[in-house]
Write a protein that binds this ligand. Structure first.
Ligand SMILES: Cc1ncc(COP(=O)(O)O)c(C=O)c1O
Length: 356
């Protein structure tokens, strides 16, 4: 059976599993130096724990993976590696805000475009960075179409795949050159580690990224890498529950709160495109309450929803994005459905919003 015929549960469990005689899951190797003569020399340039995770993520995404100590480390290394002074970058105006802040301090020309488009001409552009579904708006763009346009203009196309996860979307198969992601979110999944990775279709670009990591010295620790490996093995199970919870919440909140978005719902404006290019959906939805006080009251009244500025974890969380400077309404909530029982979570959220 080819890996593509296997289900997602089998793929993630198998991806993090050792072979005969190995421990069941790869273990963290803390060594800084290795006896010369083998694959490893000095842990800043490579080590067995990174290799286990890079092999696992690379096999799920269909490219060569390079791990980083956070999503921002992955994104900033990609941007510094690909872009030179005076180059032009196209970036989402509604994506992760620190990507925009990082490039505003680089000596490059930045053209912003909303995720749902319209996109400018890519003539003269060096790199197009997409984020789909975008965070926090959950808009979607057509990766295959934009990759074709970018390649016609001689540009590289990267996708921030944080919200989708490697199980939810495989951008390289859709024509993207690079995937970047914060694994702090659903991939690690337990809100206990910061992590990121880049997966490149081209081994040459992966080598340049690896060299940049070695030179910067900003590297992930083996323990953190191992936590991500451990989390990855249950990604399928967690996504399944989170998506089921998001679908049930969408149904319960439909017509009762404004601005409700979840790309997995047939009524969502992005559904058709999402269903076409995503392999499965996840637990992140957004909706709007009247103002900041209403969001605070909702979280206060809820038993299971905590205020937190992350998503994709075991626990349900809500984040009022305007407090971080995102250009969104004051009462917009990015809600991350956790792995609680669906019935309990829907009852709690409905009660906290005064819908019961
Ligand atoms: C879409 C997206 N990309 C990148 C990042 C940055 O990742 P990290 O916090 O792991 O540095 C985040 C963090 O929220 C994110 O949501």
């Amino acid at each position: 059976m080819s890996p593509d015929e296997l289900g997602d549960g089998t793929r993630v469990v198998h991806a993090v599993q050792g072979g005969p005689g190995d421990p069941f899951g790869a273990q963290p190797v803390f060594a800084s130096a290795f006896h010369l003569g083998g694959q490893d020399t000095y842990a800043r340039s490579g080590n067995p724990t990174w290799r286990s995770l890079e092999t696992a993520l690379g096999s799920l995404e269909g490219g060569e993976c390079v791990v980083f100590p956070s999503g921002m480390a992955a994104i900033s290394t990609l941007l510094r590696t690909v872009l030179s002074t005076g180059d032009t970058l196209v970036l989402p105006s509604d994506g992760y805000f620190l990507s925009r802040k990082f490039v505003s301090e680089m000596d490059v020309r930045v053209v912003e475009a909303p995720t749902a488009g319209p996109y400018p001409s890519f003539d003269g552009v060096k790199l197009v960075l997409l984020e789909t579904p975008s965070n926090p708006g959950l808009d979607i763009c057509d990766i295959a179409e934009l990759a074709a346009r970018a390649h016609e203009a001689g540009a590289l196309l990267a996708v921030d795949n944080t919200t989708a996860t490697p199980l939810g979307q495989r951008p390289l198969e859709l024509g993207a050159d690079v995937v970047v992601a914060s694994d702090t979110k659903a991939v690690a999944g337990h809100s206990d580690v910061l992590f990121g990775h880049v997966t490149a279709a081209s081994p040459e670009l992966a080598t340049r990224l690896r060299d940049a990591r070695t030179l910067s010295g900003a590297i992930p620790g083996p323990f953190e890498t191992w936590l991500v490996l451990r989390g990855l093995g249950t990604l399928d199970l967690r996504l399944e529950r989170q998506a089921r919870n998001a679908a049930a919440l969408y149904e319960a909140l439909s017509g009762k709160v404004s601005g409700l978005r979840w790309p997995g719902a047939e009524q969502d404006p992005a559904y058709l495109l999402a269903a076409q290019q995503m392999r499965r959906f996840n637990g992140v939805l957004t909706f709007e309450l009247s103002d900041a006080a209403a969001v605070e009251a909702f979280i206060e009244k809820s038993r299971f929803v905590s205020a937190a500025t992350s998503f994709g974890g075991l626990h349900s969380t809500a984040d009022r994005r305007a407090q971080w400077g995102d250009p969104v309404p004051e009462g917009l909530v990015r809600f991350s459905a956790g792995c609680e029982d669906t019935r309990d979570l829907v009852a709690d959220v409905s009660h906290a919003l005064g819908l019961d």
